[in-house]
Design a protein around this ligand. Structure first.
Ligand code: NAP
Length: 277
């Protein structure tokens, strides 16, 4: 297995900084086998953190992940999420059990609240902590929570991550959420790190990529991974994209690269409310 940088979560779990996303996997039946092969190849290349959610394809993505990790469950770190509408005391537990069935496993390593909804955060956190106590999940975390939402978590609650939209075109969190999470020792997990592909034709990114003999996707990922405590979870549905993304771990950006990217994608100068996709 390729050695790669890791991030230690508050619960003590050590995960690779580069993992794999699964949104929309399983949507197209004719791509299913290729997507499973892509995920398995990613595991072989050390991208052993796999992110999914009960929302994705109404459970189809979790079923696909279950098939991809069959026979190698202990090699992977599984992340899934409960929908806000299910995040009450009973609903959180029911959703988790349904996810376990679809994933074909008896534990989820990290279980997140997908975004903040109408259920009070303390109720959801209590349910998540109950799942940790019984060993059904290894740890809990949140997603799409901005600075003020984190302040509303119950006293003493310590999520293992806040999974947020973060890439070169979504730098708002750098203003306050990235530093706040650092103060709280909550590692961030960057979703849509290549902006679902929309970022890849950008001229400045192509220029930096050209100088490194790399691809725009690799530079976009290396840019997210420049933070020691940020995890990135690109979704790739083919072996070729998985290999390309895995190789991003060896691209190191220079001060000149970062300055060029700052000119093209300026960092925030004021608060930008957290965006989500
Ligand atoms: P993404 O990872 O930024 O982009 C995925 C798209 O980029 C796919 O179309 C993929 O194509 C393409 N791609 C991947 N690697 C590429 C490469 N090397 N070269 C060219 N194209 C490449 O977007 P995302 O799927 O929205 O985000 C990643 C994951 O984060 C999701 O899958 C999901 O697990 C998670 N997520 C979480 C939330 C949340 O609210 N918590 C929201 C969104 C996403 P192919 O499939 O053809 O390879």
């Amino acid at each position: 297995m390729t050695t790669s940088r890791t991030v230690t979560l508050p619960s003590g779990a050590v995960v690779p900084a580069l993992g794999q996303g699964t949104w929309h996997m399983g949507d197209a039946p004719d791509r299913r086998a290729e997507e499973i092969a892509a995920l398995r190849h990613g595991i072989d290349l050390g991208m052993t953190l796999i992110d999914t959610a009960e929302m994705y394809g109404g459970g189809r993505a979790e079923e696909l992940v279950g098939e991809a990790v069959r026979g190698r469950r202990d090699d992977v770190f599984l992340v899934s999420k409960v929908l806000p509408s299910n995040a009450g005391t009973r609903g959180t537990v029911d959703s988790c059990r349904a996810s376990l069935r679809r994933l074909g496993t008896d534990r989820i390593d990290l279980y997140l609240l997908h975004w903040r909804g109408a259920v009070p955060l303390d109720e959801t956190v209590e349910a998540l902590e109950g799942l940790v106590a019984e060993g059904t999940i290894g740890a809990w975390g949140v997603s799409n929570l901005d600075v003020d939402d984190l302040a509303d978590l119950p006293a003493g609650a310590h999520p293992d991550t806040d999974q947020i939209l973060y890439n070169l075109t979504r730098r708002g969190p750098e203003y306050d959420l990235v530093p706040r999470c650092r103060e709280l020792a909550v590692p961030l997990m960057a979703y849509s790190p290549v902006e679902q592909g929309r970022l890849l034709g950008h001229e400045a990114l192509r220029e930096v990529a050209g100088a490194h003999g790399a691809t725009p996707a690799q530079i976009a990922l290396a840019w997210v991974l420049r933070h020691e405590d940020v995890i990135a979870i690109p979704k790739a549905g083919s072996r070729a994209h998985v290999e390309e993304n895995a190789a991003a771990r060896s691209n190191h950006l220079t001060a000149e690269d970062l300055a060029a990217l700052d000119r093209a994608f300026p960092p925030p100068r004021q608060k930008v409310p957290l965006e989500m996709l």
